[in-house]
Every structure is written in structure tokens, then in C-alpha cells.
Design a protein around this ligand. Structure first.
Ligand SMILES: Nc1ncnc2c1ncn2[C@@H]1O[C@H](COP(=O)(O)OP(=O)(O)OP(=O)(O)O)[C@@H](O)[C@H]1O
Ligand SMILES: O=C(O)[C@H](O)CO
Ligand SMILES: [Mg+2]
Length: 415
């Protein structure tokens, strides 16, 4: 055991490492005997790293492929593969151009061939070809509307699937009679495979009736031609697909627990599905920390209490921040002057909201330190300006893009 903050960074580093794609990709590919010709298609924020490890494993067995990731997320050429970067969270011309390449490849395959499909979060924006009658401009507008309306990812993707020629199982249909073997890094709570990257190679579990409910629930004002396209049903069964999840928020939490125990802490996972408002979650975590300090419950100290999930922020202010930063800033209020407590929250992809930070870390001294530099926490939260507040007191966590993407890791350390 070192200082609480050093231990916190160690927990973050080691547990994020445990969900880097390499391990999962290698483990699964070793078990497999992929016959015929193998073609690789990788989509999402972790696409480059997933593709690199698959190529390193399978070497010249891979006959070609396409990798599509977010701008700034590729780490250079991979022999034999075409690497593209495109718009995220809103798709752009490069999304369409590179998706067309993947579609051409898939359509040209024969029985006995395999598409090794590497899927990670962010894939919905990065892999897109609109259905006939729907333009890229339409997709941009609808995506923007969906991202702002407060709908969750399952709801958002239910709509996206119907406006797309590749989402909702339709990419697998295009690849038929070849088989599609998918390795998936989950960034959807509960690991609903048909929602991850909008499930291009997985039977869709949503129905038109669900879509109608979503439109009503969020009062979405959609143009007529979009409403028309939404009526088209998606594939409900596919006979050429096989799917394995190789990383998820549960895995990162398990790993955080193991690291904490190895550092000498008692540790527990409280939940892997935290999905409430970020600032509320922060206050809740602070109250658990106070219970630890005052009543030594629920664990004997020193302890680490771990949560996984993805909180939400209804952005109303004009500041800069992300859900993890907002969570810890809010928590700082509740642990003010409590010694021996640290609360940390990070996005495992290394990017928390539209910032260069992965998240934040606070302790009992943070609230006072903010006051001393003239920052009122409530004001900062009201303006959704957690980034600048935490930056002032050196409480941001910066990792850079990690190459993986499995939701957020949140934990309390108490000494
Ligand atoms: N100023 C802000 N303060 C707090 N949160 C913000 C702010 N601006 C944007 N956000 C939140 O950041 C979220 C986007 O963050 P991020 O890019 O980490 O998303 P993500 O869910 O990890 O993306 P993906 O699912 O594609 O991997 C938005 O949903 C929004 O709620
Ligand atoms: O790309 C997406 O749809 C989200 O990241 C969920 O996987
Ligand atoms: Mg993120």
C-alpha cells in the first residue's frame, strides 16, 4: 500500500490494461479453427488495436480487411489492411466512404470464407451506409437529435438500425454465404449485443413498435421520409453469425477488485450498472464514503468499493466536462474534510466527454482547495464546467486514448 492516490492510479492502470483488446482477441483466436479465407473488418474506438492483435495472431491467414476508427485513434499502418478514420459521434463523408469499402469486401465473399468482425463502442457513428432515400445529412441530423434528447443507447440505436444498410444484423446478411465471426468489446450496460455499435452482425431484438414508443417518449420531430424508413423491419435471425464478448465493464470491475486486494485492501463490487445522473451518483458515493469513515461499513478499512457503469449528464450549462469529472466534482462536496478518502471515476476509453481527460480524482481536501482558488462547486456543476474546476486543483486524470472502450470505472478508497 502506498498513498491512496498512488494506489488509485495503480488500480486504474492495471484494470484498464486487463480489458485492452489484445488479451481477449488472442484468447479467442487461439481456440478457433477458422478455415477458408479470413477477411477482417474492425469498427469502433478500439478497432485499430483489435485489428492489430488479430493480424499479429493470424498473420498471412488474413487475406485483407478494413479498419474504421475515430479520428486520432489509429496508430499507423497494419500490413494488408486498409485503415480509415472517420467522424464520431456524428458520422461524416469518411464514415460512408470507408463503410462502402467494407461492404464491397463482404459482398464479394463465398461459402467457406470468414469475416472476422471486430466490434467496439463508437461503431454506430463509424460504420454507416444509409438506406435508400436517406442521405448522410439526414443521418447527421437524426443522430444529433437523438444524442441530445436524453434517450439511452438502446433507444438511440433502435432508430439508427432502421436508417442503415449495415446496422441491425444487415451487414451479416450482406456477407452471407460467408460466415461472420464477431469479437465484441461491450460498452453497453448489460451487454446487449444487438445494441453494441448497433449490432451490424447480430439479430435485432427491437421492433417497429419500440421505435414508435421512442418517438413518442422523446417527442422526436422527424421528417416524413425518415418516419417511412423506420417502418422497415430488421432481421430477427441470422444463420451465419457467431459472437463472443471479449471485454466488458464487469471484467474491468473484477480486475479492479483483484488489484485492490493485491495492494492490501478489502474490496467489493457494488454494481456494474450505475446509470443515474452523474452528480447524484457523486453525492451517493460520498455518503457511502462517510459511512466507511464513521461506521466502518460496508467493509472493514482499508477498503475499496467499486462501481461500473455509465452515468448521464443533462448538459444545460456552457462549460466543459464529462460525466466522470462531474461525478467526482459533485462527490468532493460530500467528503469535504473527511480524511483518508479518495473517490475516482474514469472512462476506460480514456476520453470523458469532449475533453482530453479520462476522468477525475478527489479527496477530503479538494472542496477546500477549490474554495481557495475561488471556485464554487455548485456553480461549476450548474455550468457543467467540471473540467476547469478539477484542472485548477490538479484533479483531472489524463490517460490519452487507451485503445479499449468498456464504460466507466468508479471507486472509493478508504483508509
Ligand atoms: N460540459 C459537459 N459536462 C459534463 N458532461 C458533458 C459535457 N459535455 C458533454 N458531456 C457528456 O459527454 C457525453 C459524451 O462523452 P463521451 O465521448 O465520453 O461518450 P461515450 O458515451 O463514451 O461515447 P461512446 O459511447 O461513443 O464511446 C455526452 O453524452 C454528454 O452527456
Ligand atoms: O457505437 C455505439 O452505438 C455505442 O458506443 C454503443 O456501442
Ligand atoms: Mg467515452
Amino acid at each position: 500500500m502506498k498513498s491512496l492516490k498512488e494506489d488509485a492510479f495503480r488500480i486504474i492502470e492495471d484494470s484498464v490494461s486487463s480489458v485492452l483488446p489484445e488479451r481477449g482477441v488472442e484468447q479467442e483466436l487461439k481456440k478457433l479453427d477458422l478455415g477458408g479465407k479470413i477477411y477482417l473488418v474492425a469498427i469502433g474506438k478500439a478497432a485499430w488495436r483489435m485489428a492489430k492483435s488479430a493480424k499479429d495472431c493470424l498473420k498471412e491467414k488474413v487475406k485483407g480487411g478494413v479498419v474504421i476508427t475515430k479520428y486520432g485513434h489509429s496508430q499507423g499502418p497494419i500490413e494488408g489492411l486498409k485503415i480509415y478514420e472517420a467522424g464520431h459521434p456524428i458520422p461524416d463523408e469518411n464514415t460512408i466512404r470507408s463503410t462502402k469499402e467494407a461492404v464491397e469486401l463482404a459482398k464479394g465473399l463465398s461459402k467457406g470464407d470468414t469475416v472476422l468482425f471486430l466490434v467496439s463502442g463508437g461503431g454506430s457513428a463509424l460504420f454507416e451506409l444509409p438506406v435508400d432515400g436517406v442521405s448522410l445529412e439526414d443521418i447527421k441530423n437524426v443522430t444529433d437529435m437523438l444524442l441530445r434528447c436524453g434517450a439511452n443507447i438502446v433507444e438511440i440505436n433502435a432508430i439508427r438500425k432502421r436508417l442503415s444498410r449495415v446496422k441491425g444484423g444487415k451487414f451479416a446478411l450482406m456477407a452471407s454465404p460467408a460466415r461472420v465471426y464477431s469479437l465484441v468489446l461491450s460498452d453497453v450496460l448489460g451487454d446487449r449485443i444487438d445494441s453494441i455499435a448497433s449490432g451490424p452482425a447480430y439479430p435485432d431484438s427491437t421492433r417497429y413498435e419500440d421505435v414508435r414508443k421512442i418517438i413518442r417518449k422523446y417527442d422526436l420531430k422527424l421528417p416524413k421520409h425518415i418516419l417511412q424508413s423506420l417502418r422497415e423491419e430488421t432481421p430477427k435471425s441470422l444463420d451465419n453469425v457467431e459472437t463472443r464478448i471479449i471485454g466488458s465493464v464487469s471484467k474491468v470491475c473484477e480486475s479492479a477488485k483483484n488489484v485492490a486486494v493485491s495492494l492490501g485492501y478489502n474490496a467489493m463490487i457494488l454494481t456494474t450498472t450505475l446509470d443515474c445522473e452523474a452528480s447524484e451518483a457523486g453525492l451517493f458515493l460520498a455518503s457511502i464514503a462517510r459511512e466507511e469513515v464513521e461506521k466502518e461499513r460496508p467493509l472493514e478499512r482499508p477498503c475499496v468499493i467499486i462501481l461500473g457503469g455509465e452515468t448521464v449528464v443533462h448538459v444545460k450549462g456552457t462549460g466543459k466536462g464529462g460525466r466522470n469529472q462531474e461525478l467526482v466534482l459533485s462527490a468532493a462536496r460530500g467528503i469535504r474534510n473527511y480524511p483518508g478518502v479518495v473517490i475516482a471515476s474514469v472512462g476506460t476509453d480514456g476520453t470523458d466527454g469532449p475533453t482530453d481527460a479520462a476522468g477525475g480524482i478527489v479527496d477530503g481536501k479538494t472542496a477546500k482547495a477549490l474554495e481557495e482558488v475561488g471556485i464554487d462547486i455548485d456553480d461549476a456543476l450548474n455550468d457543467n464546467d467540471s473540467y476547469h474546476a478539477l484542472q485548477k486543483v490538479n484533479s483531472l486524470i489524463k490517460t490519452g486514448p487507451t485503445g479499449t472502450n468498456v464504460n466507466d470505472l468508479i471507486f472509493i478508497l478508504c483508509y
